[in-house]
Write a protein that binds this ligand. Structure first.
Ligand code: NAP
Length: 294
């Protein structure tokens, strides 16, 4: 097995993503030692049972001692508080990274707390499922998927390379992206689709009892796919919506305009418009399949 990328990797937050990182780090030999820390005693007990870390710690400040890499894997709304708790115990030269789904807010909230000499390299694996918690994780989650590494201007290049190397060891493809661009892209490809899924499920649920029963009983694949997306963790999605506000509201405004244009085409019997939109959808789906990202 190649040399470890990091000697001691501390993970804070051992849910779907953190526990997948623990498993992938163990299987790939990317970290010589894995320390797990979580706010929930139940989660830590489960991590111990699963045997996916070398040591568990309930105190984040203690968990990061001697770590050359600390990865924050909690919901984005919790990262500032965690950073404040661990800041003074981070080793000089260590890399601090995260997996949060929004990046400008993480850089705004965590960046100022990072002591001089510690390299802050935010990241975001574009991989996940609708499940949460340490039992939901698996070591191959990141294989063949993109991880975006999103360093603020002026970040140490070697630290960026090491974070990229870590994700490549997990089988991920890595791209370095500028933070504001990250948030706009993610608003479109992930945050808006989730917003639509939560909304459509709410709309269906608001229907009178009789029709709601039928919606569930006869759910066609279209609605079924939305319910899968809408099953995601409420805390995580609350934090994402509140922390990518500008970009998400902009994409939602564009979407609303396009939906209104579709409504107009339906009202006025504009068959060509409708057909063109459906064709574009099919083309996008085909490109995704060609790119192996379906
Ligand atoms: P998850 O399964 O819900 O796990 C989050 C874990 O963090 C839970 O064990 C939670 O404990 C713990 N936690 C919460 N606050 C904490 C704190 N202050 N200190 C320490 N631990 C804390 O969530 P996830 O899906 O792994 O998501 C984690 C991060 O990855 C989020 O920032 C999310 O935006 C990002 N992400 C998620 C996906 C996805 O598809 N799920 C994909 C890419 C990135 P409790 O259970 O007690 O709250």
């Amino acid at each position: 097995m190649p040399d470890p990328v990091f000697q001691r990797l501390t993970l804070i937050g051992l849910g779907l993503i953190g526990s997948s990182v623990a498993r992938a780090a163990r299987d790939s030999g990317a970290a010589a030692e894995i320390i797990a820390c979580d706010a929930s005693a139940e989660v830590l007990a489960r991590v111990t049972d699963l045997g996916i870390a070398d040591r568990v710690e309930d105190d984040p400040a203690r968990a990061v001692l001697g770590a050359d890499c600390v990865m924050l894997c909690a919901p984005v709304g919790a990262l500032a508080e965690i950073a404040a708790t661990i800041a003074l115990n981070l080793a000089p030269g260590a890399v601090l990274t995260d997996v949060g789904s929004t990046k400008l807010s993480v850089i705004r909230d965590v960046g100022p707390l990072v002591p001089a000499g510690v390299h802050f390299v935010p990241g975001h694996p574009l991989a996940g499922t609708e499940f949460s918690g340490p039992d939901a994780g698996f070591s191959t989650l990141f294989e063949g998927r993109w991880t975006l590494v999103v360093p603020p201007a002026g970040t140490n290049a070697q630290a960026v390379d090491k974070v990229a190397a870590l994700w490549r060891r997990f089988g991920a493809m890595v791209e370095v992206m500028e933070p504001a661009h990250h948030d706009r892209v993610l608003a479109m490809v992930s945050h808006l689709p989730h917003l639509i899924a939560f909304t459509i499920c709410g709309t269906a649920d608001d229907l009178e009892d009789e029709s709601r029963r039928e919606v569930l009983q006869f759910a066609a694949s279209g609605f079924r796919d939305f319910t899968r997306i809408a099953a995601s963790d409420p805390t995580m999605w609350r934090d994402i919506f509140l922390n990518n506000r500008e970009a998400l509201l902009e994409m939602l405004a564009r979407f609303t305009e396009d939906a209104q244009a579709m409504a107009r085409a339906i009202r006025w019997g504009d068959a060509a418009y409708i057909e063109d939109k459906v064709m574009r959808g099919r083309k996008i789906r085909r490109s995704l399949i060609d790119l192996n990202q379906a």
